[in-house]
Each structure stands twice: as C-alpha cells, then as structure tokens.
Design a binder for this molecule. Structure first.
Ligand code: PLP
Length: 486
C-alpha cells in the first residue's frame, strides 16, 4: 500500500467507522456466533500472495462484524462501560502515525513529557494530593490495565518493606526468608486481579470479609493484621476498593488508614471503574481517604471516553516503584537518563515498550473539557437512576438488594411462591434478556443470590434506550413467570 492508496483507503475507513457508529443500534448487542466460527471461514494459512484491499475490507463486514459484541452500542449495559470517543480515536491514530516505542525519555521526549503533564492534569481534576504529582517525589503513569497497576504497586510495596529490613542489616539470604513471611490483604469483593498479582509474585494473601454493604471495614483489617503479626507474618500491602466490580461498593478507606497507621503497609486504592466519577463534585468526599493512600488507580478507558487501553496510576513515592522495576542495561544507557532530569517510564511498568497513549488523553481533555467529562459521567448515573426508579415500580417482581452506587444497578427477580426459586428465575430472565440481542447485561452472585447487573454509560444511550430496556425486562419477566406457572 503506497501513500496515495493509504490516503484513499484511509478516507474510506473513516467513512466506514462513521457508518458503524451511525448504525450501531441496528446490530444485536451480543454476538451470536458459535465457538470456532472464524476458523471455519478463514483459510488455514496466511496468504502467500498479496490480496486486494477490497477483499480485506469486505471480510470486516462478513467475517469480523458477526463476531463482535458491540461495546459502544447504546444498549450495552454489561460489565462496566468502556467507551470510545472520536477525539480519542484520532489521538490513537496520531499514536499509530508516530509509532514510537517510548520506553525512556530519549526514545521520544514528547511521549514521556506529555504523559507526565496529562496525568498531573488528571490528578488535579480528580483532586489528588500534590504528593501524587510529578513535581515532587510522586507522579502518574499510564498502565494498560488496573490489573497491571495492582501488580506493579504490589512489587513497589514489597521493595519498600525489604529495603526497610536491608537498612536494618538483613543480607540477601535473610531478605529471601523475610519475603516468605509477607502477607497482602484485599476483601472478599476485591477484583480478582489482586489474587492474580499475588499468584504471579507467589505472595501470601488474604481476602477479608466485608460488612452488609460489601465494604471492607477498618476493624476487620486491624484484627487480621494483629493476628498475623502475632503469628510471625509481615503485613505489607492492602487494596482498598472504591466501586467494587460486583456492586460498586466502597471500602471504608479512612478507617483502613487508621487501622494500618504505624505499620509499613502500602495502601493501594483500586477505583478502576468508579474513579472517573471523582472528577465530579458529588464524589469529592471520597478524597479524604484516597489522599492518604500510597497509590491510586482508575481506568480512563472505562468512564472517561478514552479508548482502551488507558489505566492511570499515581504513586506518592516513585522511588519504590522504580526501585522494584528498574534495570540498567548498557544498550539503553544515555546521558538524559543519567542526568536525573528525566523520567524513564520503562521503570514504572512490566514491559519495556510502551505506546504514545497520552495523546488520546490530551485530545479528550481538550475536546470535552473537564465540564464535558463531568456531564458525561453524571448522565450515565442519571440514566441508571431512571432504570432503578422504573423497576422499583414493580416491587412484586424485582428486588434491588443494595443501594446503587456510581451508576450500577443490581437487582434480582422475586420468587413469589412460584415453582422456581429466585436464583432460578433470575437466571432465566437474564438468559432471555441476552438471547433477545436487544440488550447485553451481565450477572454475578452475591452471598448466594444471583444478581443481574445494569450499568449504562455509552454516550449514545438516551432515556429512550433505558425505557426500552425496562419494557423488555418487564415483558421477559412476565413471560418467564407465565411459562413456569403453566
Ligand atoms: N478492579 C476493579 C474494581 C474492576 O472492576 C476491574 C474490572 O472491571 C478491574 C480491577 C480489572 O480491570 P482491568 O481489566 O483494567 O485489569
């Protein structure tokens, strides 16, 4: 493909992208293909000879789109929202244009410097303490996912605690023994990526029980820590969550801070989804706890119109992250790094290479402004409220067991003496909703109760889509009840 053909095909591709967004509502939200569908329609080997672009383009329509679950659909209410925007897509196009592998400052100064600047901007919008800013000892960095943020902060915490023992005279052998006594904590609602981080690092961990609101409380943390210390373990890391995956519950962060006072436990806040809401005045009350943590993370790619991947991590003392992850091979040595005047983000993450993701944040922030992003967040929450209010009109059919937080509504279907219990009914309604193709929702289980999760957030979703989803839910629930009572 030469430059003139790229120009032609590029314009055509943009036209196709625009058509996709205009037509989104026409697609079934959830793909209906069967496992292995693509293997049946694609050749067994890569082509030996070049193929005309027309053939490649038409395969997008005929072979790929049928296997797409449409995350950008206005009727996508599953998981948590993860929405694109046109400024973000354009930002990624520029990133693809430069295609820099910005592992250190020298490899592309703009890539590193813009990332620091936009994360400082975002930190201020959220209301993070100045200690999280790159002007001091801290700073922000883009990770691919919240899972990576948890893993790297766990490593930073381990480095910090081992450095403390090193300073007291522990040699390498002793440090290895000490590391087997380390223990990390989350709650029974913490995202599974925390468990994965402890599996990767072979770290002992405990999931602490939560209260009736599914929040982790300071008292539980205090008791467990005391017990573990008495048993010779070394507590060193805890995750507090703002907006858990199951129910958007909020851990009691200020109480957890009190519980770990006087220890060397690293407090990481996982606000993967709910963090986006912190740019709104309604949620600033949460900052008191967050600002006492060692690290804070949220996914701009979930709630702030920035395309995947874009997980923002801030840390108060970057020396621990860098200490845990830095290597200094001869082939990467350069005078800028040695001057100490620059940041080299390769030392803040697991991989070496990294994309120029700051461009899309920069474009999004400048195109929408903080005001536009706040409006987007609150619109999603208002639509969730509309859904909640509608299903509350039917107390004979539905139960909302937890007060909705951050635009996530959890509900289940009541049994009302039918031959099926509430879990079975909820499962049946859930399956039929998704089989309809008209909406896509996900489910979970909380303390033995099947739950359907409803999380709107697409910029294309309007009140009409919420009303249609409510009508569909009502119709399907009545059909299910009718079928089993026959
Ligand atoms: N933490 C929470 C609270 C989440 O809800 C999720 C995913 O939804 C994650 C972590 C993991 O996110 P990621 O896919 O960015 O690793």
């Amino acid at each position: 493909m030469d430059i003139e053909e790229f120009r032609k095909r590029g314009y055509e591709t943009i036209d196709r992208i625009c058509k996709y967004y205009q037509d989104l509502e026409k697609y079934d939200v959830l793909s209906k293909v069967k496992p292995g569908y693509l293997k049946e329609v694609l050749p067994k080997e890569a082509p030996e000879e070049p193929e005309p672009w027309e053939n490649i383009q038409s395969d997008i329509e005929t072979k790929i789109i049928p296997g797409i679950t449409h995350w950008q659909s206005p009727n996508f209410f599953a998981y948590f929202p993860a929405n694109s925007s046109f400024p973000s897509i354009l930002g990624d196009m520029y990133s693809d244009m430069f295609n820099v592998i910005g592992f250190n400052w020298l490899s592309s100064p703009a890539c590193t410097e813009l990332e620091s600047i936009v994360l400082d901007w975002m930190g201020k919008l959220v209301g993070l303490d100045q200690k999280f800013s790159s002007d001091g000892k801290g700073g922000g960095v883009i990770q691919g996912t919240a899972s990576e943020a948890t893993l790297v902060t766990l490593l930073a915490a381990r480095y910090r605690v081992l450095e403390e023992y090193k300073a007291k005279g522990a040699d390498e052998e002793k440090l290895r023994t000490i590391s087997t006594r380390l223990i990390a904590y989350g709650s029974d609602q913490t995202h599974i990526s925390f468990k994965k981080a402890t599996m990767i690092t072979y770290t002992r961990f405990r999931a602490l029980s939560t209260d009736n609101n599914f929040s982790l409380c300071g008292e539980t943390v205090k008791q467990e820590i005391e017990k573990d210390i008495a048993n010779g373990l070394i507590p060193f890391y805890i995750v507090g969550t703002i907006g858990t995956t199951n129910s958007a519950a909020i851990d009691k962060i200020t109480d957890i801070v009190d519980a770990i006072k006087g220890t060397n436990i690293w407090l990481h806040i996982d606000a993967a989804y709910a963090g986006s809401a912190l740019i709104c005045p309604e949620y600033k009350y949460l900052l008191e706890g967050i600002n006492q943590a060692d690290s804070f993370n949220f996914n701009m790619h979930k709630g702030l119109l920035t395309n995947f991947d874009c997980s923002c991590l801030w840390i108060k003392e970057r020396e621990y992250l860098i200490g845990a992850l830095s290597t200094n091979p001869d082939y990467l040595k350069n005078s800028a790094s040695e001057s100490g005047m620059v940041l080299d983000f390769r030392d803040w993450q697991i991989p070496l290479g990294r994309r120029f993701r700051a461009l899309k944040i920069w474009f999004v922030l400048r195109t929408y402004g903080a005001k536009g992003l706040r409006e987007h967040v609150m619109k999603g929450h208002k639509l969730a409220d509309r859904f909640k209010n509608e299903i509350q009109q039917h107390p004979d059919l539905f139960v909302i067991p937890i007060i909705p937080n951050f635009g996530l509504v959890n509900f289940y279907v009541k049994s009302n003496n039918s031959s099926k219990n509430s879990n079975e009914l909820t499962e049946m309604v859930y399956n039929r909703l998704n089989e309809s193709g008209k909406v896509f929702l996900t489910q979970t289980e909380m303390r033995g109760q099947n739950i359907i999760r409803f999380a709107p957030g697409s910029p294309l979703t309007t009140e009409r889509h919420i009303d249609q989803a409510c009508e569909l839910l009502l119709k399907i629930t009545q059909e299910v009840l009718c079928d089993i009572n026959l």
